[in-house]
Design a protein around this ligand. Structure first.
Ligand code: NDP
Length: 401
């Protein structure tokens, strides 16, 4: 029986709280806080209507350590679950250290003024969390999150050595808008327009954004074009599995999405450099976010499936092995269960699972941890029972891309 404080009432926060409410034997008390309390009240109302569980709400600006500290002291949670934006990671970690509270998030820190995400800033908290005897669990979403656990589970049960890792993220859903992002547009566009980077023979290899693609036949979705990208879990996975010779991340994009993105980039609307407009300083990408469809509202119109998984090659008992481990998730089924589309669902469910394992002490540690450092088995088991069942297949050959 434990108390949890969730910060951030967007798409992901909403799913996580809906899932926590379905596990009252683990989460006996849930408080949801966000910059606007109205966002939390909407979620709380839906949770109460669907599951008859009461969620407390609060307002907090998590950019300010003092505000969060005061809230934590009032709520006294056993865990703080950060589902706000990557910009708030460090201030929330500071508030956790100040109040002696374990921490969990789904995305690594990114400074507002520099589109560069890396774990360095959060790994630097290692000593402080260790000394305080507290656990900080980083990246408990799908990717990062489930993809890290998939890698650890494959290594534990099916490989003596991993040689290559390809993470394939396909959203085969259709929301009917000419252009929309399926999670926070600002974060999404910053990620997609960054140069691609993959790990090869001990080095990062950088290539221009969206310059290398390949067609892949995704289970239950079909053929889609996927593009080589950089994604944050690559950084921690090659650190914790130094045997990996090549690690890559691929994401599917439709032609219409890429066409719009190219135009938006060419006219300067994806820039994070401030510009003056009628006497006000505005950030073009933040303005763009304000005029794009709200990802939270895409749920009721999105049809189709997501398919995210890992293809791993390596060796087991002297034999070459290639395995494909993946989850398929249906947008409409997610919407029926919790009122959100599959992209929020596939992130919010693992956030709930990570939180459940931490508050029950099944996953524990002192310091800052990435998901692959934990025992993958209880997490894999919970995925099967809480809406994200997975399947593992043997492939005849290593990926030909
Ligand atoms: P949304 O933009 O839908 O929601 C973010 C929420 O955070 C909003 O409710 C917003 O406030 C709140 N918020 C923003 N700034 C502050 C602040 N300073 N203080 C308090 N609350 C704040 O984003 P998503 O739900 O789509 O994404 C949430 C997180 O999940 C992001 O970090 C994203 O990068 C990550 N993510 C991870 C994935 C993974 O697989 N690992 C995949 C997808 C997302 P309000 O509404 O109150 O104004």
């Amino acid at each position: 029986m434990s108390k949890v404080l969730v910060i951030g009432a967007g798409g992901v926060g909403s799913v996580a709280v809906h899932k926590m409410a379905q596990l009252p034997e683990v989460f006996s008390s849930i408080t949801l806080a966000s910059r606007r309390e109205s966002s939390c009240q909407k979620v709380a109302k839906s949770v109460e209507e669907r599951f008859g569980v009461k969620v407390e709400t609060a307002e907090v600006d998590a950019d300010f350590v003092e505000q969060t500290t005061r809230l934590i002291e009032r709520v006294k949670p056993d865990l703080l679950v950060n589902l706000a934006l990557p910009y708030q990671d460090l201030t929330l970690m500071d508030a956790c250290l100040e109040t002696g509270t374990p921490y969990l998030d789904t995305a690594n820190y990114e400074p507002k003024d520099e589109a560069k995400f890396e774990y360095r800033w959060q790994w630097e908290y290692q000593e402080r969390f260790e000394k305080a005897g507290l656990m900080a669990l980083l990246g408990s979403g799908f990717d990062p999150g489930v993809t890290n656990v998939f890698t650890a589970w494959l290594r534990k049960h099916h490989f003596d050595r991993i040689d290559t890792l390809d993470i394939l993220d396909c959203n085969g859903g259709d929301h009917g808008h000419p252009f929309a992002t399926n999670f926070n547009p600002e974060i999404n566009i910053r990620e997609v327009t960054a140069p691609a980077r993959h790990w090869e023979d001990g080095n990062w290899v950088e290539t221009p954004a969206l310059s290398y693609n390949h067609t892949f036949d995704f289970p239950q979705v079909g053929e889609r074009n996927m593009y080589l990208m950089y994604h944050e879990e690559l950084e921690s996975l090659v650190k914790h599995f130094p045997e990996i010779q090549r690690a890559r991340f691929w994401m599917t994009f439709g032609d219409a999405y890429l066409k719009h993105l190219e135009v938006l980039q060419n006219v300067g609307l994806t820039s994070i450099e401030p510009v003056m407009y009628q006497g006000h300083e505005i950030i073009p990408l933040q303005f763009l976010k304000a005029v794009l469809p709200d990802p939270g509202g895409l749920g009721e119109r999105t049809k189709g499936k997501t398919c995210i998984g890992n293809i791993v090659t390596g060796e087991k008992s002297g034999q070459s092995v290639t395995k494909y481990l993946f989850n398929v998730c249906d947008h409409e089924e997610c919407f029926r269960e919790v009122g959100s589309q599959a992209v929020s669902y596939t992130t919010g469910v693992p956030a709930m699972i990570g939180a459940a394992l931490v508050v029950q002490g099944i996953w524990q540690g002192r310091g800052v941890f990435n998901m692959e450092q934990m025992d993958p088995d209880p997490f894999m088991d919970m995925l099967n029972h809480h809406g994200l069942p997975w399947e593992v297949r043997d492939l005849d050959q290593a990926p030909q891309f």
